[in-house]
Every structure is written in C-alpha cells, then in structure tokens.
Design a protein around this ligand. Structure first.
Ligand code: URA
Length: 431
C-alpha cells in the first residue's frame, strides 16, 4: 500500500492490480484508514485517468452485491439526478418512459436532507408499498413496465466506507472520486444504460457550469468504459425545479404534469430526460421521434395511466392521484410576502430546501420522521414581477407560526429593481 500511495503522490498512473488491491483490502479492513486517507488525498491532487477511474468504479461495484435484471425483457434504462430542490422528475419520467413500453426498474433510497427521498415522497400515497421480493419486483416490471422498490442488498460497500472516510478527510471534492462513487451505485443496480441529470448552480452540489460539465464528462466516460451507454443532461439548479417542494406536494405536481399541466421547466426537463432514455433503450431511432411520442403520451393520457398502474400494482390508494386534493396536507397555509416591489432575481434553492426541512418535510438525522403533508408552494420564480405584500411562497405547515421557515424563505429570495431573464434550463448534453 505504501508503494501505491507514493506512486500516486508522484503523479503515476495506477495499474488495475494496484487499484483492485486497494479497494479489496480497504473494504475487508486490511488496509487502515490512514493509508486510505493518504491515497485519496494523493488522488485529490493528482487526479486519475479515465481508465483508472473506470477501474476504480468497477472495483467498487465488485466489492458487494450487484442486481441482476436480466429476467426483465428489453433494455433497462435508469436515471440519476445529482440532487436538487423540488426535483420530482423521477415521478414523471418513470411513468412516461414506461408508457412507451420501456422497462423501468427503479431502486431508490430514502432521503437525508431537505425533503424525503424518492421512496418517502411516494409514501405520501396511502398504502403504497415499496418493500417487495426481488421476484415480485421483476414480475411487476415485466407486467407493467414500471416498479419502484427500496434498495436492498449490499451495493458497493467499498464506496460506503470510502465516502465516509472522504467526508472527514477533505477529499469529497475530487472529480474521479465523486464520479466513481455515484456510478458504482448505478452500475451495481443493474441498468444497461443510464441518463444522468447533473445539476448546476447555487442549489447544486456543483456550483459552476464548468465543474458540472467536468463531473458529467467523468461519469459518462466511466459508463461508456464499463459498457453502459451513458448520457448526461446538465440542468439548472439556480432555483427550485417547478413550484412545489415537499413530499405530497411534489407528488401532486408530478401527477399534474402527467395529466397535461404545463409547468414549463419541470415538463421540459422531464421530456428531455425521457427522450434520451427512450433513445438509449433503442425504442426510438432519434431524439426527435422519442420526444414527439412521449409528448403525445402526456396528451393522450397514457403517461398518467402508467402512474395509476404503478400506484395500483404496489397497493397504493389510486383515489389520491385521481383527485390530488386527497393527498396529505398540513393544517395551515401561511403566506410569506414580498416587502418591496420589483423582480425576483434570485431564489436560493438550498435555503428553500432547509425551510421545507424545518416544516418537517425532510430528515436532519436518519431517525427523524417525515411529515408528508408539509411543504412549500412557490408563487414567484426568477424573472417574475412582484408587488410589496404579494405572496412569494405559501408554507403548508402543521405549526401555525413556523418562524424559522419564514425567515429562511425571506433569506432565499432576492428582489431587484431591474427585470431579470429567466435562467436557461438545459445548459448542455454530454455524451
Ligand atoms: N454523492 C455520492 O454518491 N458520492 C460522492 O462522492 C458525492 C456525492
């Protein structure tokens, strides 16, 4: 291990054997944390070639179980978002892509942070069951083209251990290590192809377009090097996506899109991601044909029907998505108002996320309970004119005076005298 550390410290390129030796040894506890820390710091400063990064990723995949989806007919395409506030794209894209016959076998997690994760949000729908046997999961995907289940199995344990170490040694922010970490979990989940939604902007993990593009490039190269066709969409996270943040209210907004409502940014991004998935699944020869077919399935109701089938097949109360007013909703609606006339020039997505968490929409620690019925409805987005006293957001709260959330929302909004452009939604596509 000493030789491996020194080689990377001096800018050398590690061999497959050296990388595998490190990942296997560290996972088994044979290589101590101090040597692993030294190596990750050397990687932080010296970087890795695309080949080294792919080898590292494959070694992390091999450190644990992998999910075998070969019993599902057709090409399986997965999507992954690097995370943003109001990001309910999965609930739109899953049914939409399934509605054109592409199998979507979605394994998701719970959230630690601003709002719940995919599973928590889905559990806003009464009765919806996300624990199921592997056989049932595969049967559902074959029958209905769509199933969402909780992540089971011990996927990429090397990543879990390394990530915890990086977190306390100042080595999270290394492109090959981030890219390898994310892709190891995606590849272990068994998809043939992957569409990545890499967020960029103030509310994203990567704040600048340049960094987001570099991360996307690393991940696309890993996927392609390991035999998974991968496309990354770089999308804007300078404000929350859509108008709803929370659990039930994100499900509500996603269902509304599938019912044909035009929430511009959310609908566009969902169609963009779905179209790339449909091309990777080899169901459509071109992006344009995929886009037209997917859009048609929103208009003709097939996409919403696909969401209904998902809810029904997993034991959920379909009445709640037929009539979205039946979804859980907290007791009070509290307007947070603008204190001057002008134009909304910035909305710090992270602060909106934290305000939602204060209401109970997310978990600060893993044992916290989620309140599915609380959340934030944005009334104004960047570029909108606003008058003093008009609502910027409505807090949906079980607390009559959620003072911390109110002050966090006030902090999030910037109102300027001059009109500002709406931010570009899709910055780039990396293939
Ligand atoms: N998310 C991950 O899963 N891994 C990283 O290294 C960073 C963000």
């Amino acid at each position: 291990m000493y030789d491996v550390i020194v080689k990377k410290r001096d800018g050398g390129i590690l061999t497959k054997e050296e990388i595998e030796y490190f990942v296997e040894g560290y996972t088994k506890g044979e290589i101590p944390d101090y040597q692993a820390s030294a190596l990750t710091m050397a990687i932080y400063f010296q970087g890795m070639t695309a080949e080294e990064t792919a080898t590292l990723t494959q070694a992390m995949v091999n450190s644990g179980e992998t999910i075998d989806l070969s019993a599902i007919e057709g090409k399986k395409v997965d999507k992954h978002s690097t995370g943003g506030v109001g990001d309910k794209v999965t609930f739109i894209v899953g049914p939409l892509v399934a509605s054109v016959g592409i199998p979507v076998a979605k394994m998701s997690g719970r959230g630690l942070g601003h709002t719940g994760g995919t599973l928590d949000k889905l559990e806003s729908i009464k009765g919806l069951e996300i624990e199921m046997t592997k056989e049932k999961f595969i049967e559902n995907v074959n029958k209905h083209k769509l199933a969402v289940a909780g992540q089971t199995g011990n996927l990429a344990p090397a990543d879990k251990k390394l990530y915890a170490l990086r977190d306390v040694t100042g080595t999270v922010n290394s492109l090959p290590l981030i890219a390898g970490s994310i892709m190891s979990k995606k590849i272990a989940s068994g998809a043939d192809s992957i569409v990545l939604d890499v967020k960029t902007g103030s509310g994203a993990f990567m704040k600048t377009l340049e960094d987001s593009e570099a991360l996307a490039r690393e991940m696309v190269d890993i996927g392609n090097n390991l035999g998974r066709n991968t496309v990354a969409v770089i999308s804007d996270m300078n404000q929350p996506l859509g108008y709803e943040v929370g659990n039930a209210n994100e499900i509500k907004e996603a269902a509304e899109i599938l019912k044909g409502k035009n929430v511009e940014d959310l609908r566009l991004l969902s169609l963009e991601i779905s179209s790339h998935m449909a091309v990777l699944a080899e169901v459509f020869p071109s992006y344009e044909e995929a886009y037209a077919a997917l859009e048609a399935n929103i208009e003709n109701g097939k996409a919403f029907q696909s969401l209904r089938t998902l809810v029904e097949s997993q034991g959920g109360d379909v009445a709640m998505i037929d009539d979205l007013n039946q979804l859980p909703k907290a007791a009070y609606e509290i307007e947070v108002k603008a204190d001057k006339d002008g134009y909304v020039s910035a909305i710090d997505a992270e602060s909106i996320g934290i305000a939602a968490m204060y209401l109970g929409a997310g978990r600060a620690t893993k044992d916290d309970q989620i309140n599915h019925g609380v959340g934030i409805s944005l009334k104004k987005k960047i570029g909108d004119p606003v008058k003093a006293g008009e609502a910027l957001v409505v807090l949906i709260s079980d607390d009559e005076e959620p003072v911390d959330s109110i002050s966090k929302v006030k902090e999030a909004y910037t109102i300027s005298d001059k009109q500002v452009e709406k931010p570009t939604l899709i910055h780039n596509i990396i293939k």
